[in-house]
Write a protein that binds this ligand. Structure first.
Ligand SMILES: [Zn+2]
Length: 198
């Protein structure tokens, strides 16, 4: 390490600054984030109270102590619990990968998606704003693992549980009419959903 000359250190410092900067921007109130509705309060770390589910933690639809589950729409939660109970004898365990989210958490996910996908337009194909997200209103749930989502795609309509978007095999919402009529056609992705329009 003693061989690194000061110029190299300066370049390294610039590289680190460039790397760190997006997270600083994301945590600071700015005019660009205000237009998608971020609160201008001080940023605090997101936690379970925001609906965050820690990585690697298997959460069942009966874990109502977790806000991600407990703050879901009661009718959606009831349907999920009936489905989960019926899936169990098939050897399938429904898990909640994401459920209710605070507006702050949704905003953070959207900002992360803009960084990941490189533009606001591409990010909108995958992540809604805090104003439009069905997760923020407690009306959507992301189900895993893969076999559980597959079980729901086959049996979910009987409980009014329907996949909303073709590109999100895990995202389910309650469509009570599906019990009699089957699930409505999916949108290709969220940009086709009229609810996502500003
Ligand atoms: Zn979702």
């Amino acid at each position: 390490m003693g061989r690194i000359v000061p110029v190299s250190l300066a370049i390294l410092g610039l590289a680190i600054a460039a790397f760190v900067r997006p997270s600083l921007v994301a945590s600071a109130p700015s005019s660009s984030s205000a237009e998608v509705g971020q609160s201008t309060g001080t940023h605090t770390a997101l936690d379970e109270a925001d609906g965050v589910i820690p990585d690697g933690v298997a959460v069942s639809v009966f874990d109502e102590g977790l806000p991600a589950v407990g703050k879901l729409d009661p009718d959606l939660l009831d349907a999920l619990r009936r489905a989960a109970t019926d899936a169990e004898p098939d050897g399938v365990g429904l898990r909640v990968n994401s459920g209710w989210r605070s507006a702050e958490y949704q905003q953070q996910l959207l900002q992360d998606a803009v960084v990941e996908y490189g533009s606001q337009e591409e990010a909108a194909r995958w992540v809604a704003t805090a104003e439009t997200s069905a997760h923020v209103s407690g009306e959507a749930v992301d189900i895993g693992p893969f076999d559980a989502a597959a079980w729901l795609s086959e049996h979910g309509a009987a409980y009014g549980l329907c996949q909303t978007y073709s590109n999100e095999s895990w995202h389910y919402e309650l469509r009570p009419d599906a019990v009699d009529d089957g699930c409505p056609p999916m949108y290709a992705d969220p940009t086709e959903d009229p609810r996502m329009q500003p």
